[in-house]
Design a protein around this ligand. Structure first.
Ligand code: SF4
Ligand code: SF4
Length: 326
C-alpha cells in the first residue's frame, strides 16, 4: 500500500456570514479536490489558534506519523509556533506560495531608502538548545489565493517532492485510512487571544515577563520563557510584541502583519521602521497599550520614569564645592 501524506485543513473562524461562507467554500473545494488522491489523507480540524490545550485535534497531530501539510488562515510562522506551544513539533517548511519573511522585510525597508541591519546571527536562540525534529511541517496560508486549484496543485507538488522519502517508509508510517476529522461550523470553538513565542528568534532575554503585568508569561524548569497563562492576556492587547527586541512574540489575529507573524524582521529593523515613518517609539506605544488594559481592569497604571532634571543653580554650587576639595 502506498504511503500517504496527511493534509490538515484548519478551518477559519466566522466573521460575518459572507466572509465565513467564502472561507467554507474554499476549504470544501480544496478538500474535494484532494479527496480522491490516494497519496493524500485530508483531515479537517477546527481553527488551530482557538483550540483549547486539551483538544483531541492536538492529540491527533502529536500522534501523526511523519511529515504533514497544514493549510490554515494564519501566517505560516504563526501557525507553526501555535503548533509548537502544543508540543506538535517539526521543521517549518515554507512553500513557494510565500515570500520568505526576512527577504520581504529587508525589501520593504530598502524601498523606503533605509539601510537595514540584520539581526545578530551569533546571538543564541532558544531553538538552538532543542534537538532538531526530524519531521517537516509544510505551511500554506489560505489567504494567499481564493482559487482552490492553487492549493490543490501546491499540495500535490509537495507530496510528489516528498514521494521518494515516503516510498521508503512502511504504510504504518502513514495516517490511518479512516483518518477524518470534520467539525461542523456550528461547533467552532470560541475565539481566543494570547501571545505565541517564536523560539527561533527568542533569546530568552525576559523583557516580556518584566513588562507584562497580567501574569501571562512564566519560565519552565530550565528557566526558559513560556506563555504560562495564555487566557490572562487582555483581548486586543499586543503590547509585549512591541517590547520584544527580537520580534519573537506573535499575536496571530492582530491586523498588523508584523505582529501577526507575517513578513517582517527583528528588532533593529523594527526601530528603523518607526524612525522612518515618524511613529512614536514602539516602547511608548506598548506602555500606553498596557496602561489602557490596566485601567480597564481597575488597576493602577505604571508611573513613567521622571524626566531628567535640568542642571540648576544648586547643582552648580555643589559642583563648585566639590572642586574646592574642602
Ligand atoms: S522579550 Fe522576546 S526575546 Fe525576550 S524572552 Fe520575551 S519573547 Fe524572548
Ligand atoms: S499583550 Fe498585554 S496582557 Fe497580553 S501578554 Fe502581552 S503585555 Fe501581557
Amino acid at each position: 500500500m502506498a504511503a500517504r501524506m496527511a493534509i490538515i485543513l484548519s478551518q477559519g473562524q466566522s466573521q460575518g456570514q459572507n466572509h465565513s461562507s467564502a472561507k467554507r467554500h474554499l476549504e470544501e473545494n480544496i478538500a474535494a479536490g484532494l479527496a480522491s488522491d490516494p497519496t493524500c489523507a485530508v483531515m479537517l480540524i477546527p481553527p488551530l489558534y482557538d483550540l483549547p490545550p486539551g483538544s483531541p485535534a492536538f492529540q491527533m497531530l502529536r500522534e501523526l506519523p511523519g511529515d504533514f501539510v497544514l493549510l490554515s488562515w494564519l501566517y505560516p510562522r504563526a501557525a507553526h509556533w501555535t503548533l509548537d506551544r502544543h508540543h506538535v513539533r517539526g521543521q517549518l517548511i515554507e512553500t513557494p506560495l510565500i515570500e520568505t519573511p526576512l527577504e520581504s522585510g529587508v525589501n520593504e525597508l530598502r524601498e523606503h531608502g533605509a539601510q537595514p541591519q540584520l539581526p545578530d546571527a551569533d546571538q543564541p536562540r532558544v531553538l538552538d538548545r532543542r534537538p532538531a525534529p526530524d519531521r517537516r511541517i509544510y505551511h500554506l496560508d489560505l489567504r494567499t489565493s481564493e482559487d482552490p486549484r492553487v492549493f490543490v496543485q501546491e499540495v500535490r507538488r509537495i507530496v510528489a517532492e516528498r514521494g521518494g522519502a515516503l516510498a521508503d517508509r512502511s504504510a504504518a508510517a502513514s495516517p490511518p485510512a479512516d483518518s477524518s476529522h470534520h467539525v461542523p461550523a456550528a461547533t467552532l470553538p470560541a475565539r481566543r487571544w494570547y501571545p505565541v513565542i517564536d523560539y527561533s528568534r527568542c533569546t530568552n532575554c525576559m523583557e516580556c515577563i518584566d513588562f507584562c503585568l497580567f501574569g501571562v508569561f512564566g519560565v519552565d524548569h530550565q528557566e526558559t520563557i513560556l506563555v504560562e497563562q495564555p487566557d490572562n492576556c487582555r483581548r486586543g492587547c499586543p503590547a509585549c510584541s512591541r517590547v520584544c527586541p527580537e520580534n519573537a512574540i506573535i499575536f496571530p489575529r492582530h491586523k498588523t502583519p508584523l505582529i501577526a507573524g507575517g513578513p517582517g524582521v527583528a528588532s533593529a529593523m523594527k526601530l528603523d521602521l518607526s524612525q522612518l515613518f515618524g511613529r512614536p517609539a514602539e516602547q511608548e506605544v506598548a506602555a500606553r497599550e498596557r496602561d489602557e488594559h490596566l485601567r480597564r481592569s481597575g488597576r493602577a497604571t505604571v508611573p513613567s520614569a521622571p524626566e531628567p532634571r535640568e542642571h540648576d543653580i544648586l547643582d552648580e554650587l555643589i559642583d563648585e564645592l566639590d572642586q574646592m576639595d574642602l
